[in-house]
Design a protein around this ligand. Structure first.
Ligand code: ABC
Ligand code: CA
Length: 549
């Protein structure tokens, strides 16, 4: 830790500029909606999501609440877009979410100053954490200058900076056919009353502006990674140059339910937010009649088709989709759904508020202010659950150097009686064996049977070993042939690890469990010098002629 703090002092942005996919793969991301996460003064004003107005969260508010995030074991945050947005009330509220850019060269003053953002960046780096910023290329926004039913609508295009007026944008048309890719790329998102003015990304001046902009943004604020909005709405061959101008890990939003459409985008930038698998997991775990075998099908397609499945973003909630608890209040189902995020191949992303049990439905209801929870960490079973999952993942990374390049294998369980549906699915990613069920609360009939070490995709355990569930410390004995058989308890998920490692996690003393910072450092060392630590040690060695840890 000392080493990293010292290195950021000496090297400044250099370290941040080096954050590649490989640096990100071992991390775990907490998604912050900047306006809704924390007030600068720690106050707790009311925030009615249905109003779609700024509620007051800021960059410095985030700085003051980094302990809350890091103590759950997260070592990166993703924040809302940071640039200046359209002011005032549009047809659908204010730009509190940050996606309605008016000037890419200014910082959104509602969130703080440029210095405040730099302070957030260095506060994160001092803790060994990463900063991911959301960026929008596809569109900008303005309020129509005449609100009558004129069509096409008139805008003051000069407010869209630094672009050259109307000719810098695609001619107004709204996307009507999502099967027509030209429509998707060159027509507009939004509605006639609140349009998203589509940038002409075929225009080489605009391309240069965007590439230079992202390069400067990343270096000025020492950004470690980008979440790219509306990836599928810009022509594919725009993206490789943009990503290389950024020079950091890039994960793109391609909102779609199938891997065939999403996969080509994984060739262009580091990875995609894994929406196809999200849809399968969400529908499997929001009802006891969901289809768990569909998870295996889609996840296996992603493994085959994504260029680097380990660089995709794994999530079960975000600010655009209804929360899990808006669909089900069954806590066993909710825990199973959350568990998925941390035990498959992608980089885990948790959306703020899920750990507090938030239940908001579709946008804007899913954007509840976190301060209303009081950032409570006591008697918050989901927060404890997430903390253990982060710790288990870090322990897995430390103990198996190949964990981050080993694809998960899936074992959809046969139902015990022919009349009942299949609820169980086991996910083996040594040293983790995860047992999920959508049997729901009260389910004590799901049985998971996972083949032994010698069988393809087995748990990787030796006969006679003792495993523990990282959530409960419950022990499970591996059979002599290496196989494992477990019966569900109250529909709860289980994550099994050999006792020597898993016990530290379930008792809360494992890596990353209570102090993300020390977990981070242990992880780096356990990896035989994680890439970033290795780089720093190398550079430090040259600069100081010594290695400090
Ligand atoms: C506002 C209001 C909403 C209102 C909406 C019309 O206007 O708040 O209540 O419903 C920002 C704000 C939003 C705001 C929008 C529009 O701007 O956050 O609050 O909504 O002004 C990204 C961001 C998102 C952001 C924007 C715009 C883009 O994550 O937060 O929104 O910068 C499309 C885009 C996707 C975009 C999403 C909002 O719209 O592709 O990038 N998200 C189908 C299409 C998708 C489409 C989706 C929703 O519908 O394929 O492309 O997303 O319109 C699956 C299918 C999918 C299907 C889904 C719904 O079902 O496989 O194809 O998606 O089964
Ligand atoms: Ca476009």
């Amino acid at each position: 830790m000392r080493l990293l703090a010292l290195s950021s002092l000496l090297l400044g942005p250099t370290l941040a500029l080096c954050a590649s996919s490989d640096n990100w793969k071992s991390r775990s991301i907490y998604q912050v909606l900047t306006d809704r996460f924390a007030m600068a003064d720690g106050s707790s004003p009311s925030c009615d999501t249905s109003q779609r107005k700024y509620c007051g969260g800021t960059f410095s508010g985030i700085v003051n609440k980094l302990d809350y995030i890091q103590n759950m074991g997260f070592d990166a945050i993703w924040i809302s877009p940071v640039v200046q947005n359209v002011e005032g009330d549009t047809g659908v509220g204010e730009a509190y979410h940050g996606y309605w850019t008016s000037n890419i060269n200014n910082i959104n003053s509602h969130f703080g100053s440029s210095d405040d953002l730099k302070k957030l960046s260095s506060a994160l780096h001092d803790r060994g954490m990463y900063l991911m910023v959301d960026v929008v290329v596809n569109h900008l926004a303005a309020i129509p200058t005449n609100t009558s039913d004129i069509y096409p609508e008139p805008f003051d295009y000069s407010t869209l900076q630094p672009f050259g007026g109307q000719s810098s944008f695609h001619t107004q048309c709204f996307i009507s056919d999502y099967n027509n890719q030209t429509d998707v790329e060159q027509c507009w998102l939004g509605t006639p009353s609140s349009p998203l003015i589509d940038l002409d990304t075929e225009n080489s001046t605009n391309v240069d502006i965007m590439n230079n902009w992202v390069k400067n943004l990343v270096s000025e604020y020492s950004i470690d990674g980008l979440r790219i909005d509306t990836l599928k709405h810009v022509r594919k061959d725009f993206w490789p140059d943009f990503a290389s101008s950024a020079g950091v890990y890039t994960v793109g939003e391609v909102l779609i339910d199938n891997t065939t459409y999403a996969s080509p985008y994984t060739q262009l930038i580091s990875g995609v937010l894994d929406y196809p698998t999200y849809f399968a997991v969400f529908s499997a775990f929001t009802s006891t009649s969901g289809n768990v075998s569909h998870i295996a099908e889609i996840a296996q397609q992603a493994q085959k088709q994504y260029k680097d499945p380990f660089a995709s973003g794994s999530f079960i909630e975000n600010h655009d989709q209804p929360r899990v608890q808006s669909e089900t209040s069954d806590q066993a189902l909710v825990k199973n759904a959350i568990t998925w995020v941390f035990v498959n191949d992608g980089i885990p992303i948790l959306y703020q508020g899920q750990e507090q049990g938030y239940q908001g439905g579709s946008d804007p209801a899913n954007r509840e202010a976190l301060w209303l929870s009081g950032y409570n960490t006591d008697n918050k079973p989901l927060l404890t659950h997430v903390t253990k999952l982060n710790a288990a993942r870090k322990a897995a990374i430390s103990s198996n150097p190949n964990f981050l390049s080993t694809q998960a294998t899936f074992h959809v369980q046969q139902s015990s009686s022919s009349s009942s549906d299949t609820h169980g699915i086991a996910i083996s990613k040594p040293p983790l064996l995860t047992l999920l069920t959508n049997g729901g609360e009260g389910d004590s009939s799901t049985v998971w049977t996972v083949p032994g070490n010698d069988n393809e995709g087995g748990g990787g355990f030796e006969g006679g070993q003792t495993l523990v569930d990282v959530f409960t410390c419950e022990e499970v004995n591996v059979k002599s042939d290496g196989s494992v058989e477990v019966t569900a308890r109250n529909g709860e998920p289980m994550v099994l690890m050999v006792k020597e490692i898993g016990e530290g996690v379930c008792k809360g003393s494992g890596s990353g469990s209570s102090n993300g910072a020390s977990g981070f450092m242990r992880m780096g060392m356990g990896m035989g010098m994680g890439v970033e630590v290795g780089v720093v040690v190398g550079v430090m060695g040259v600069l100081l002629g010594m290695v400090v840890i």
